[in-house]
Design a binder for this molecule. Structure first.
Ligand SMILES: Cc1cc2nc3c(=O)[nH]c(=O)nc-3n(C[C@H](O)[C@H](O)[C@H](O)COP(=O)(O)O)c2cc1C
Ligand code: SF4
Length: 419
């Protein structure tokens, strides 16, 4: 199955860090068009229907309009390159293969909202990406794409690279901003939202790497072209990360709405050694785990919501018949205990309790009432926690309760892979 490459257009065909080579394959043309009439950028992005690729799917043009409309002496554009979600590698591929497309997208976003300073918040675990970005940023400055009077337009904008310290919660946009300000990264109460009061209290546009890397092509080709791909409510392409028990693990770009079956069979080549597919974790570590019977689900937000899957950032972790779901749930619950920042009680106290209950089932020590407690606690966390980390941590457990109830048999008759 042929990929549809928009964000990864021409990736691998030129030296990633060179702005001149990027220009030779059509790069920076979107910026030239945007710079000719900066006032129309937000309308073009709104008309394209672009939605955030960081997991929440918020309409990008609308978010831009909040920051554009905010009155302030200073505004910022921040690229969320934290990519801490286990099972997600798409932003790494963009930054390694087409870093100038991200830089170009950030400049277009800055022109749109009136920012003159940008930051890329990069996860510490990507040292190679750091080197690539440093080189690409320097090259962009040398060739007049960053700095003062960009391409003679009178517009000033520069980007600083900031390296995180390895906390998953710092991918949450307000924790990220606290971390950028030099504080311990903890989510803030919202509102106010970053668009109007973000970094150092100033209006700040925070977007995911993939979201920003879509802007150049939309500016060049127009909103109708963008809407011709994907679904009506979620246009464009998406980078999907395939991991786990699948032959061709990796990152692939397809129109939103491609089915999980197409990704699993035609792209991924099925499970290794002809084993049977048992379950799929959709949307990352805090995403729902669904049975193989839902393979025909299209990967778009609406279809995923309808069947109880998670679209998220487009991650799919495949599990074959040798996989024990209680092992998986224990591992995930441990992850959330470690990564909870501790600011709010339902998450700080709830996650260790979820782990304890999962371990009871895992070790055959569960009693009557434990499943009800697990459901009650998980459901309370989804509404009571301050940020998405705590709100979504119970998702894998609650989805296994829904789709694989036999896993939680109190008399421990659960047989791995059997459903
Ligand atoms: C715990 C947690 C971790 C997150 N990690 C990331 C991340 O690594 N990258 C990202 O772009 N968004 C992440 N997000 C979502 C951001 O808060 C935010 O919605 C996103 O950066 C907005 O960009 P977009 O509109 O372009 O998607 C995370 C959210 C939560 C709750
Ligand atoms: S939900 Fe968890 S990670 Fe989020 S603020 Fe509360 S304690 Fe911190």
């Amino acid at each position: 199955m042929e990929e549809t490459r928009v964000v990864l257009h021409k990736a691998g065909e030129f030296l990633p860090t060179s702005s001149l080579e990027y220009e030779a394959v059509g790069g920076y043309a979107g910026l030239r068009k945007a710079a000719a009439d900066p006032d129309q950028i937000v309308d073009v992005i709104k008309a394209s229907g672009l939605r955030g690729r960081g997991g929440a799917g918020f309409p990008t043009g609308l978010k831009m309009s909040f920051t554009k409309g905010a009155v302030a002496d200073q505004k910022y554009v921040v690229c969320n390159a934290d990519e801490g979600e286990p099972g997600t590698n798409k932003d790494r591929v963009i930054m390694e293969e087409v870093p100038h497309r991200l830089i170009e997208g950030m400049i277009i976003a800055a022109l749109a909202v009136g920012a003159d300073q940008g930051y890329i918040y990069l996860r510490a675990e990507y040292p190679h990406v750091k080197k690539v970005l440093e080189k690409a940023l320097e090259d962009a400055r040398t060739h007049g794409f960053l700095g003062r009077d960009i391409m003679g337009s009178g517009f000033d904008f520069d980007i600083q690279l900031f390296i995180g310290a390895g906390a998953y919660v710092c991918g949450e946009e307000t924790a990220l901003l606290d971390s950028l300000e030099g504080k311990r990264g903890e989510p803030r109460f919202k509102p106010p939202f970053p668009g109007v009061a973000g970094l150092w209290g100033k209006p700040t546009l925070v977007n995911n790497v993939e979201t920003l890397a879509n802007l150049p092509a939309i500016m060049v080709n127009g909103p109708e072209w963008f809407r011709s791909m994907g679904t009506e409510s979620f246009p464009g392409t998406k980078l999907f990360t395939l991991s786990g028990n699948v032959n061709n693990r990796g990152v692939y770009e397809f129109p939103v709405g491609v089915t999980i079956r197409q990704l699993f069979e035609e792209v991924g080549g099925g499970c290794p050694d002809g084993r049977r597919l048992y379950a799929i974790q959709t949307g990352g570590a805090s995403g729902n785990i669904i049975p193989a019977s839902l393979l025909d689900t299209p990967m778009d937000q609406e279809s995923c919501d309808k069947v109880g899957a998670t679209f998220g950032a487009g991650d799919l972790m495949f599990m074959d018949e040798t996989c024990c779901l209680l092992d998986v749930l224990e591992n995930l619950a441990e992850f959330f205990v470690k990564e909870s920042c501790g600011k709010c009680t339902p998450c700080r106290e709830g996650n260790p309790q979820l782990l304890h209950l999962v371990q009871k089932f895992r070790r055959g020590k569960a009693q009557d009432g434990d499943l009800d407690l697990l459901i009650e606690l998980g459901s309370a966390m989804t509404i009571g926690c301050l940020c998405g980390l705590g709100q979504m941590a119970p998702n894998p457990i609650l989805s296994v309760v829904r789709f694989f109830p036999q896993v939680f048999a109190v008399n421990n008759v659960y047989v791995r892979g059997a459903s």
